[in-house]
Design a protein. Structure first.
Length: 275
């Protein structure tokens, strides 16, 4: 074969390999992330009661939608008794960092006991305090790749501290960092109760709260939607709370957990950031 043809073929092959390798690396990275998430979700550190709620909370799909990676610095806001902590801690333990921003109360004590009881899983978790407006240092400023809050914003509206929370998220995130939110989604045909007394928040209202703090909406998903939820009752009547006890229990169990919005926001790059 003519040496010029050989040389041309070599160049074409080299370019093809160069073009393919990054795509292959991304595919392998995505596959590795998915495998690590599945392992954390299936792990023995999770209680059976928490695993039973996966069909409503969809942790694999939700975290994948937010774009989580095992080498990220992640802040979970108001983790309660640690439903998502059981997944995030082992997933991030070896290569990333997890901050748990707690607000005190019984849930914080339960979470503390959980972390102490299993150091093999939770020894790397850093607990910070989030009690606006006084204490809002959830992580060093500009250090976090991702801030996550699951079913919490509706609790902040009655306190009048919602803006303080979103400002804390913005401050903690790196430019380009992700804010992931899920919450009970109100009927858009009804006006938003500023106190969210029934526990539901309109999706457009949530988006405005985040935008007011400087975030940009990057995507919305129906992963955690539940069209069976009429959204005309206090959300705590539904499972898992079942606040009414045996009254209408079967009806609420048939509905399942609430209809939820799943929203991904971005802190803009420095050149676009809020003044």
């Amino acid at each position: 074969m003519d040496h010029r043809i050989k040389s041309s073929l070599f160049v074409v092959l080299a370019l093809a390999i160069a073009a393919f390798s990054p795509m292959q690396a991304v595919a392998q990275d995505d596959a590795g992330t998915t495998a690590a998430l599945k392992a954390a979700i299936a792990g023995p550190q999770r209680s059976d009661a928490n695993k039973a709620r996966d069909k409503y909370r969809h942790p694999l799909e939700t975290l994948a939608f937010f774009g989580i990676k095992p080498d990220m610095t992640v802040v979970e806001i108001s983790p309660g008794t640690g439903w998502y902590t059981e997944i995030l801690a082992p997933f991030l333990k070896d290569h990333g960092k997890l901050y748990e921003a707690v607000g005190g109360g019984a849930g914080a004590k339960t979470l503390e006991e959980k972390l102490k009881a299993d150091p093999a899983v939770y020894s790397q978790v850093v607990v910070t305090t989030l009690q606006p407006p006084a204490e809002t240092e959830i992580a060093p400023a500009g250090s976090a790749d991702m801030v996550l809050t699951f079913r919490n914003v509706h609790d902040w509206l009655p306190r009048g501290t919602t803006d303080d929370y979103f400002k804390a998220f913005y401050r903690a995130l790196k430019p380009g960092g992700v804010l992931g939110i899920t919450d009970h989604r109100a009927d858009p045909s009804q006006p938003q109760d500023p106190k969210a007394k029934n526990g539901y928040v309109r999706q457009d209202y949530m988006i405005q709260l985040a935008k007011h703090a400087g975030f940009k909406l990057d995507g919305a998903s129906e992963i955690n939607a539940n069209p069976q939820d009429p959204r005309n009752q206090p959300v705590w009547n539904l499972p898992p709370t079942l606040r009414q006890g045996d009254r209408d229990r079967d009806k609420y169990l048939a509905i399942g957990e609430s209809d939820r919005m799943t929203l991904k926001f971005i802190k803009p790059p420095t050149s676009e950031s809020k003044n």
